[in-house]
Write a protein that binds this ligand. Structure first.
Ligand code: NZQ
Ligand code: ZN
Length: 385
């Protein structure tokens, strides 16, 4: 195990009806801006429930944060916060609204051009407004982590930042709020959480048995409950398990003290920025071939993954690794997320542009060994056609 420091200040309120606890969680004197996405929060009644729970507090609303939240839209919220002396933010939505709120929290107090936050990957954030979240979509783990990913449409750039100053102060996780999700978003959530675990687990053996067993448990849980969450949208226990699994997949716990990869995510971000695939769709396309192209350096963990997660015990190490990669692809397909570039209308002619964008964003030495070059990413994409 490597040295690490682990810090996570987010308080979780988990369960049906927990939105009512906002009254205790949000400071009584706060001037609150509630941020949300398109129409889902209003349509499902969640927004009304939230404003009712906030009682007599001074509350303003900011809607319209889009999936893959944009710098352009979020700067309107920053302006609103500054003009109205808002001192507390409340995100109501999925990863996009929460990520967007993290950006607004930091940008509102930032001196200079807030795009610099992305260019420094969050290192230049000195302060941020306090905020909480009400999660409506289990997927990203943003409700309990310090990361955020922001898109600047004008530049076709989708870039991540992180900072200890943008941990949510609290997150309300009510599984009932997920009942209204379209199947596509549930499936996306299963795939995103799965790949978050893989980015922190499938590297090389690092003498971290508890992190490995945690990760394998999360993967097995997703394999078990993913199809059920789709088939029985109102099964509380299944949705509760999915929600908690997605949170634990990226709240820092399983990644502490172990090498991490993230090449699949960084290449995936380019696919979203240029071609508008959903985040999880990009991961389902990239991960299987990313594992295959790097099979030699990942063999130890691939075999462990094959044996412990997919119960593959027959054949050579290479055979086990190949079989596990195919099980992974089949799992994504089985929950309804397509795994080939062609499924999304992309072909060989799009690859040069994706690679150029990766280079432009400095994503030229990715992965746990910094050896995932643009040339390797090109091979991954060609194999994913
Ligand atoms: O916009 P509305 O109308 O609210 O609809 C949303 C949106 O269209 C809908 N939705 C959310 N909750 C709903 C609902 N519809 C019905 N009922 C509900 N309860 O779902 C759609 C997708 O929402 P979005 O927030 O975009 O999805 P997700 O949670 O998958 O977030 C994706 C974003 O998170 C980033 C991704 O890159 C992407 O931008 N990520 C953030 C991470 C982090 N902060 O740690 C890590 C991830 O790897 C990921 O990169
Ligand atoms: Zn992700």
């Amino acid at each position: 195990m490597q040295d690490f420091s682990f810090y996570n200040p987010t308080r979780i309120e988990f369960g049906a009806g927990k939105i009512a606890s906002l009254d205790q969680l949000v400071p009584a004197s706060a001037h609150v801006l509630v941020l949300y996405g398109g129409e889902s929060a209003r349509r499902t009644g969640t927004l009304d429930e939230v404003t009712a729970a906030l009682g007599q507090r001074k509350v303003q609303l900011f809607g319209g944060i889009e999936p893959n939240p944009s710098f352009e839209t979020l700067m309107e919220a920053v302006d609103l916060v500054r003009r109205n002396n808002i001192d507390f933010l409340l995100a109501v939505g999925g990863g996009s609204v929460i990520d967007g709120t993290k950006f607004v929290a930091a940008a509102a107090l930032f001196e200079g051009d807030p795009w610099e936050i992305l260019l420094s990957m969050g290192q230049n954030i000195e302060k941020a407004l306090s905020f909480g979240t009400v999660l409506t979509l289990p997927a990203t783990g943003s409700e309990m982590n310090q990361g955020s990913v922001i898109t600047r449409k004008l530049l076709q750039a989708k870039l991540p930042f992180k900072s200890e100053r943008v941990y949510p102060r609290f997150s309300v996780l009510d599984p009932v709020k997920t009942y209204t999700l379209p199947a596509r978003q549930v499936a996306n959530g299963v795939v995103d959480a799965f790949v978050h675990v893989m980015e922190q687990y499938l590297t090389y053996p690092a003498q971290a048995p508890v992190q490995d067993r945690f990760a394998e448990g999360l993967l097995q849980t997703l394999i078990e409950i993913g199809p059920k969450a789709l088939a029985e949208p109102q099964d509380y226990q299944t949705r509760a398990s999915l929600m908690w699994t997605a949170t634990l997949a990226l709240n820092g716990l399983i990644g502490a003290g172990v090498p991490q990869d993230w090449a699949t995510h960084m290449l995936g971000h380019e696919l979203t920025a240029l071609h508008h695939l959903d985040h999880a769709q990009t991961l389902a396309v990239v991960l299987p071939e990313m594992l295959r192209q790097r099979k030699a350096s990942k063999l130890g963990k691939l075999v462990q993954y094959a044996e412990r997660v997919w119960n593959i015990h027959q054949g050579s190490d290479d055979h086990k690794a190949e079989a596990a990669i195919e099980c992974t692809r089949d799992f994504f397909e089985s929950v309804g997320v397509k795994t080939r570039l062609g499924d999304y209308g992309l072909g060989t002619e799009h690859i040069d542009g994706i690679i150029a964008s990766l280079e432009k964003h400095g994503m030229v030495a990715l992965g746990e060994h910094d050896d995932v070059t643009p040339a390797l990413c090109r091979r991954v994409l060609l194999a994913s056609l």
